[in-house]
Write a protein that binds this ligand. Structure first.
Ligand SMILES: [Zn+2]
Length: 101
């Protein structure tokens, strides 16, 4: 199974990120959804894997900006709460969307 790859990433709405995958699936994430699952070391303990950042503190109207590709496997962005260290892999984004089905 090849890694999931996006065909197009739409970020024009600061509250949303849309990904169209090469297999045709379309995934829509709110910026708040992504902030709540931020996998960075500030949000999740590297030693225990426990989430230290409380997802309940993220407002639904959180915005993203400066979305960038990281290599060919992930994206990063800066959130309007000032946080910007998370790297969201395509595999994790795809899994997040499929869990929401
Ligand atoms: Zn984080």
């Amino acid at each position: 199974m090849p890694p999931y790859q996006p065909k197009a990433i739409t970020r024009s709405d600061p509250r949303r990120v849309l990904i169209e995958w090469t297999d045709g699936r379309r995934s829509e994430f709110s910026a708040a959804d992504l902030r709540r699952v931020c996998p960075c070391a500030q949000c999740v303990s590297e030693t225990t894997g426990v989430r230290m950042h409380d997802p309940a503190t993220v407002p639904d109207d959180l915005e993203q900006q400066g979305l960038q590709l990281v290599g060919n496997y992930a994206i990063s962005m800066r959130f309007s709460d000032g946080h910007g260290t998370g790297i969201f892999t395509f595999d994790a984004l795809r899994a997040l969307d499929e869990r929401a089905d």
